[in-house]
Design a protein around this ligand. Structure first.
Ligand SMILES: [Zn+2]
Length: 240
């Protein structure tokens, strides 16, 4: 480590806004010599303020110009605001991609849709394992969210560790996957310099409900629809 080494966090999308997450970490002396890691490449969707626009991508020009120093892309989980931009922007970057199995299967489909074979560049990471994307050492830790395999990352460098979460909530009763392993979280967090986290409505006090509550409510709604459907069906039978 040179005494001028710096660790840089550079969000190209998703900070202070919903969607379109694209975060860069850089390590080195000067910006143009740094080695870069991308965490997530998401999209956001157009609304009334962007007539005629369906999908909005992050502006990746900065990293496209430095792609020879780009070491890899990690996708934390398979929601569109974290993975949806990858198949659009990767052809300009062409670096290895890292994700756990469920997310990797979604990535594969998205590249297939665009006619790109990504097998050679797609690396499947085991849950709670550690990988090296020089000069970064990355430890995966599974959290809970509304999709399988929501991974957070302990990004270790010689200057210290950043804890990057993707988005998450604390769900004590998740439908898919395990509850958060708080002992492991505590152990991994010992030397963390900063936490870069993403949790919608984080500034609202109180707790988010469990996904299992959503399942109960959804089942109730669908059950009711079935009754209405059978009533409709009976009425049609009477009419016919
Ligand atoms: Zn998400």
């Amino acid at each position: 480590m040179s005494k001028n080494s710096r660790l840089v966090f550079l969000p190209l999308g998703g900070t202070g806004e919903i969607g379109m997450n694209m975060n860069l970490y850089g390590y080195g002396n000067e910006i143009d010599d740094m080695k870069w890691l991308i965490v997530d490449v998401g999209i956001t969707f157009g609304d009334d303020t962007t007539p005629g626009v369906d999908v909005i991508l992050p502006d990746h020009e900065f990293i496209k110009e430095r792609k020879e120093n780009l070491q890899g892309i990690i996708i934390t989980h398979a929601h569109e605001d974290h993975v949806g931009g990858l198949a659009y922007l990767w052809p300009d970057l062409k670096c290895p991609i890292y994700a756990t199995a469920f997310t990797a299967s979604i990535i594969r489909l998205k590249f297939e849709e665009r006619g790109i074979n990504i097998e050679d560049k797609l690396n499947i990471v085991d849950l709670s394992s550690e990988i090296q994307i020089k000069p970064f050492d990355i430890k995966f830790q599974t959290l809970t969210h509304s999709i399988p395999e929501p991974n957070s990352l302990f990004i270790k460098t010689k200057l210290g560790t950043i804890y990057h979460t993707g988005d998450w909530k604390i769900d004590d009763n998740p439908i898919v996957g395990e509850s958060i392993d708080f002992n492991q979280l505590k152990e991994n967090s010992e030397e963390v310099l900063a936490m870069v986290c993403d949790s919608t409505n984080v500034l609202t006090s109180g707790r988010s409900g469990s996904e299992s509550t959503v399942r109960g409510n959804l089942a109730g709604v669908i059950k009711k629809l079935k009754i209405e459907f059978s009533l409709l069906h009976s009425l049609q039978m009477l009419r016919d």
